[in-house]
Write a protein of this length. Structure first.
Ligand SMILES: *Cc1c(COP(=O)(O)O)cnc(C)c1O
Length: 220
C-alpha cells in the first residue's frame, strides 16, 4: 500500500517523457509485485545474480534495467533478457555485451556511464574518455548493441549547487556526443540521472530517466 502511494506520488511529479526506473535492489519479490500491481514495469538492479533470480520468478513483461558495475564474465547471464544496461564503463565490457547479444539474437540498448561526481569511487568514463570511446565504438560498428545515451551518478552531498553542476555537465556531455556522433540517430536519446535525493535537480537539467529506489520501497 505505501509502495503504491510512493509510486503514485513520484509518477505524478515526473514531467511527460521522463521514465521511472524503480530500483528494487535488495527488495523482495513481494515488494516488487506491489509496485508491479500499481502499474510499474521498469525495474533496476545492480547485482547480476539477484537480477537473474528475480527475472526467473517475476512476470515476464517486466523490463529489467541493469544499473550496477558489470563484470565481463557475468554479461552472459543477463544477455538473454536485460532491457537496458545503464553502466557501460569500458570498451571491453561493451564488446562482450555485443558478442553475448549476438549469441542471443538480440540488440541490447546500452548507456555510457560518465563519471560526474567528485568522489573517487564512482565508476564511469571521464568526459574526455567518453568522446574517445564513442569514436572507437562508432568505428567498431557493433551490430548487437545500440548506444542509447549516457548515465551518471552525482556526488552524494547536500550541496545543491554542486549536484546541479554535475547534472548540467552530464547534459552537456550528452549534447556534445549527440552533435558529434549521433546526429540524426534517434536511438541516442537518454540521459539517465537522478536518484531519490536528487532527482528533481536531474529533471531540471534534462534527465530522461530517473532511477529511484528508497523513496519507493523505503530505506535499504
Ligand atoms: C541504488 C541505486 C539507485 C537508487 O538509489 P536511491 O537513493 O535508493 O533512490 C540509483 N542508481 C544507482 C546506480 C544505484 O546503485
Amino acid at each position: 500500500m505505501t509502495i503504491e502511494k510512493n509510486l503514485n506520488t513520484i509518477c505524478s511529479s515526473l514531467p511527460e517523457g521522463v521514465k521511472l526506473v524503480a530500483v528494487s535492489k535488495t527488495k523482495s519479490n513481494e515488494e516488487i509485485m506491489e509496485a508491479y500491481k500499481a502499474g510499474q514495469r521498469i525495474f533496476g538492479e545492480n547485482k547480476v545474480q539477484e537480477l537473474v533470480r528475480k527475472w526467473e520468478s517475476l512476470p515476464k513483461d517486466i523490463e529489467w534495467h541493469f544499473i550496477g558495475h558489470l563484470q565481463s564474465n557475468k554479461v552472459r547471464f543477463i544477455a538473454p533478457f536485460v532491457a537496458m544496461i545503464h553502466s557501460v564503463d569500458s570498451l571491453k565490457v561493451l564488446t562482450i555485451i555485443n558478442d553475448e547479444a549476438k549469441r542471443e539474437g538480440r540488440v541490447i540498448p546500452c548507456l555510457l556511464q560518465v563519471h560526474i561526481a567528485n568522489e573517487e569511487s564512482k565508476f564511469g568514463f571521464s568526459p574526455e574518455e567518453a568522446i574517445q570511446v564513442t569514436f572507437a565504438i562508432k568505428n567498431a560498428e557493433f551490430d548487437n548493441v545500440t548506444i542509447a545515451g549516457v548515465m551518471g551518478v552525482a556526488t552524494y552531498t547536500d550541496d545543491v549547487v554542486q549536484i546541479k553542476k554535475e547534472f548540467s555537465t552530464l547534459h552537456t556531455i550528452f549534447q556534445n556526443l549527440k552533435d558529434v556522433f549521433f546526429g540524426g540517430n534517434d536511438n541516442f536519446r537518454e540521459i539517465s540521472m537522478g536518484m531519490s535525493h536528487d532527482y528533481q535537480y536531474a529533471i531540471e537539467n534534462g534527465s530522461t530517466m530517473v532511477r529511484i529506489g528508497s523513496t519507493i520501497f523505503g530505506e535499504r
